[in-house]
Design a protein around this ligand. Structure first.
Ligand SMILES: Cc1ncc(COP(=O)(O)O)c(C=O)c1O
Length: 351
């Protein structure tokens, strides 16, 4: 197995747009909350204060909330709790790079269903059809990292209607707060309808706490109890718990920043359409370029313009929406790519 690779560090003067991070500095209230932590003591292993706050925020009870050192930790726990040797985990591909490794480490088998190349969306009918007697878990990523497409609420309802109730569905909504498409699914309001659904959220992206590692799941208590059993105890540290509470106390301010990032994303997207790219409306804090076999060459062009991107094999590039000052460079690089890499252009479907 190849080890998980992080986004490349940026050379001096370059913008690191390879990890879908939030470009804004933390607010004072969060820094103050972190400073109040007693780091000579272990954290509250049950994370009761922050779980209560998240439960209140979403109108659920505290037993329906589980927290982890990043939502990826909860993903690992759920996969380990639900699937083992001989079991199958279904997910779309391309999707979040961590999925294949987490499934393999759990001893289970990945069953991947190709993303619809025309719009980067999940083929949920094909994913439901891929369920066998061995399927334990299905991962649905909306908006999808890296293609940016969100699953529609209607398509998700149809899908949940066909998936057997003994198969766990994990809806990974790491980028939910950036979604502006009103037809997109939002999982938390659906939890009462489906006893086999868990929704994953994170403070890494919208709330700018990637470095503190704090994510959460909302779902049925009996499923989350299984995840808690598979968790490494005490891995969610007190500074992260305190920072998450401070972020929720200042949510309106932080979500206004999120709205600015989404607006910048839309500006970038429209400019790319004008350059000749055919990219479906992205719903996360990143843009996907289907550069195919030219991906490595295109990544070099972006780097030459001072933009570090995430190059994903021979499928494409993912570029985060970061500092406003990076946008000119991003667009200059994209223009050079679309002008000089004809096959990449062809893959956009515009010829
Ligand atoms: C789709 C998706 N899910 C989960 C994560 C993990 O986020 P974290 O572990 O920082 O909460 C990421 C991070 O990039 C992601 O893109």
């Amino acid at each position: 197995m190849a080890a998980y690779r992080q986004g490349k560090p940026a050379p001096d003067e370059a913008f690191k747009l390879s990890s879908n991070e939030n470009p804004f500095e933390p607010i004072d209230a969060i820094l103050e909350a972190i400073a109040e932590s007693s780091i000579n003591r272990y954290p509250d292993g049950s994370a009761s204060a922050v779980r209560a706050r998240i439960a209140q925020r979403h109108g659920v009870d505290i037993e329906s909330v589980h927290v982890g050192a990043g939502s990826v930790a909860i993903l690992a726990q759920l996969i380990q709790a639900a699937a083992g040797s001989g079991d199958e985990v279904v997910y779309a591909w391309r999707s979040f790079e961590a999925y294949p490794g987490l499934v393999t480490v759990a001893g289970a088998t990945s069953v991947t269903v190709p993303i619809d190349e025309s719009d980067g969306s999940h083929d949920l009918a094909a994913m439901a059809a891929a369920v066998t007697g061995r399927t334990r878990l299905i991962l649905v990523c909306s908006p999808n990292n890296p293609t940016g497409a969100a699953v529609s609420a209607d398509a998700f309802a149809d899908f949940m209607g066909t998936v057997p109730r003994n198969v766990l569905v994990v809806l990974d909504e790491a980028y939910a707060e950036f979604v502006t498409d009103p037809t997109a699914v939002s999982g938390i309001g659906l939890l009462d309808d489906y006893p086999n659904l868990v929704v994953l959220r994170t403070f890494s992206k919208a709330y700018g706490l990637a470095g503190l590692r704090f994510g959460y799941a909302i779902g049925p208590a009996y499923v989350l109890d299984a995840a808690r059993t598979a968790a490494i105890p005490l891995s969610v540290i007190e500074p992260a718990q305190r920072a998450a509470i401070a972020a929720l106390d200042n949510e309106e301010f932080l979500l206004e920043r999120v709205a600015r990032i989404s607006a910048l994303r839309d500006e970038v997207w429209r400019a790319l359409l004008e350059q000749g790219w055919s990219i479906p409306h992205p719903q996360g804090n990143f843009v996907w370029f289907a550069t195919g076999e030219h991906t490595a060459a295109a990544a070099e062009i972006f780097l030459k313009h001072g933009i570090v991107v995430r190059a994903l094999g021979s499928d494409g590039l993912r570029v985060s929406i970061g500092e406003a000052e990076s946008v000119g460079k991003l667009l200059a690089a994209a223009e050079e790519v679309v002008q000089n890499l004809p096959t990449a252009h062809a893959r956009t479907g515009l010829d």
